[in-house]
Design a protein around this ligand. Structure first.
Ligand code: HEM
Length: 493
């Protein structure tokens, strides 16, 4: 063979390999940007993937397809489409490809967030009904939240108007509510071990985008590098959190069984033994792995989300002091400044509620929701979505959609009030996502957000330390968008 023939053979083989590596775009798939062989698209490498994806929508429309590595990923940006598609059981699958949660030891495919099919249905139903039962009767849940609100108020009073970053104590306070619900325990707001534990959740949420990068470039897991280091550290954090959860399970095994179910762990053990809420086959799935993963999911999902939304609320209140004043005036003139606000006061404070909703819209805390997986081929907006495609709803894009929101960039709580000052919930609002896998903790989160935010604004006026600035545009983008760390002065009222 001469040199020319060798060159032609090499180039042809190279091209064939590239074509083979190029992610395929089956017939009638949604449109989307061209994919780079092997890598696909780099949207998840962007500093703010939800904004990169919003820009791609402007070119390709509400429903489009990109690739992460060779995997097809569909992005939905129209609220009506998301509502329809996420209401379909075929789209209730989860993306279980992960380098962090990758086998039974890391609780892959179990628990509430990552399970699928009958296992997910049984345990979601059980979790919803148990959380509802725990929240009912004797106002136990409300009293628990108010106890935590009171603790954080006292802690902040102790700062004596010196600049204070409320993140750690606020996160611990919110986490205490979920700890009380799931294993009937609370921790001191300044407990260093507990702070370390809640910080592991923060770290793991921050490391999730690295998982997407490793899924795009799997060879990064073959040798030491910063992405691999993040993933290994997240696995390590998971192991530590599992040790903590396992210890709580062991404690409950040895604790006296009371007749009333007073926390999730007891309810779970009772269900495992009696099968009261499930049939025989489902009862068999109430095992230790599923328990550990469910506790882990409730702890993680219930901690970071509500506390970070409250941190966002503080940012907006400092940026718009006239809105903070209006909230305080509403509280002062209806319920009064002295009394702890309770859930029954919500109806009296529509403006305060509207502010919380507007914070949720503008912050879009979980900008891309959680990934879903098509469990079979489906049709969306006339396009064919292949089986196993990953589907994201760009909730950030929905909250900025001018079809639903006038001047979407502007922070304006009035958009949640009607002409009579009554609260309205316009379509196009989906901070908890929608459909079959919508947030399981929505009712709890709403109650917590009101009790924490309204009571903190009742007790304090928020100010920036001299010479400091703050902006809601300055945030850390991840699976959860969070404001950059800040200090505030809490002036008692
Ligand atoms: C402001 C607070 C919160 C926000 C914005 C929020 C948002 C979300 C979102 C966007 C999802 C993904 C839904 C989907 O896949 O389509 C989700 C799922 C979930 N959330 Fe929340 N969440 C919050 C608070 C909570 C709390 C307090 C809990 C704990 C009780 C919780 C437990 C869960 C669970 C277990 C799931 C998975 C549901 C499933 O896969 O079936 N969340 N949440």
């Amino acid at each position: 063979m001469d040199w020319i023939s060798i060159c032609i053979a090499v180039v042809t083989a190279g091209l064939a390999l590239l074509l083979w590596l190029k992610p395929s775009r089956p017939k009638n798939s949604p449109p989307g940007p061209p994919a780079i062989p092997m890598f696909g698209s780099f949207h998840f490498f962007a500093k703010q993937p939800h904004i990169a994806l919003l820009k791609t929508k402007e070119k390709y429309g509400d429903t489009y397809m990109i690739h992460v590595g060779r995997r097809p990923v569909v992005i939905l940006s129209n609220y009506n489409t998301v509502k329809k598609v996420f209401g379909d059981d075929l789209v209730s699958g989860r993306d279980n490809e992960s380098y962090i949660r990758y086998d039974a030891s890391t609780l892959a495919e179990s628990g509430l967030i990552f399970s699928e099919g009958d296992l997910w249905k049984t345990h979601r139903r059980f979790a919803l009904s148990t959380l509802r039962d725990l929240g009912m009767g004797k106002n136990w849940l409300e009293d628990t939240i108010i106890g935590e609100v009171d603790a954080i108020i006292q802690r902040i009073r102790g700062t004596n108007k010196t600049p204070f970053n409320p993140k750690v104590q606020l996160t611990n306070s919110v986490s205490n509510v979920i700890c009380a619900l799931i294993f009937g325990q609370r921790f001191s707001l300044d407990d260093p071990n507990f702070s370390q534990l809640t910080n592991l959740i923060t770290e793991n949420i921050a490391s999730l985008p690295y998982d997407q990068i490793a899924l795009t470039l799997p060879f990064l897991m073959w040798f030491p590098n910063p992405i691999r280091a993040q993933i290994m550290s997240a696995r390590n954090n998971l192991a530590k959190l599992n040790v903590f959860m396992s210890a709580r399970i062991e404690e409950h095994k040895s604790a006296d069984r009371r007749t009333d179910v007073e926390d999730y762990l007891h309810a779970y053990q009772t269900e495992k033994e009696t099968g009261n809420k499930t049939d025989k086959a489902a009862q068999a799935t109430f095992d230790e792995t599923q328990l550990l993963a469910s506790l882990f999911d409730l702890f993680a999902a219930g901690t970071e989300t509500t506390s970070t939304t409250t941190l966002w609320a503080f940012v907006f209140m400092v940026e718009y002091p006239h809105i903070m004043r209006k909230v305080q005036e509403e509280i002062d003139s209806t319920v009064g400044r002295e009394k702890m606000l309770t859930n029954s006061d919500r109806a009296l404070l529509p403006y305060t509620e509207a502010v919380i909703l507007e914070v949720q819209r503008c912050a879009s805390l979980v900008p891309l929701g959680a990934p879903h997986r098509a469990r079979d081929e489906i049709t969306v907006d006339g396009y064919t979505i292949p089986k196993n495609a990953i589907i994201f709803a760009n909730l950030f894009s929905i909250h900025r959609d001018p079809r639903w929101w006038k001047n979407p960039e502007i922070f304006d709580p009035e958009r949640f009030l009607d002409g009579n000052g009554k609260l309205t919930r316009p379509d196009g609002f989906a901070p908890f996502s929608v459909g079959k896998r919508a947030c399981l903790g929505e009712a709890l989160a709403k109650m917590e957000l009101f009790l924490f935010i309204a009571n903190l604004l009742r007790c304090f006026t928020l100010e920036l330390p001299k010479g400091k600035t703050i902006s809601h545009d300055d945030y850390i983008s991840s699976v959860v968008n969070s404001p950059k760390p800040y200090e505030l002065i809490f002036v008692p009222r």
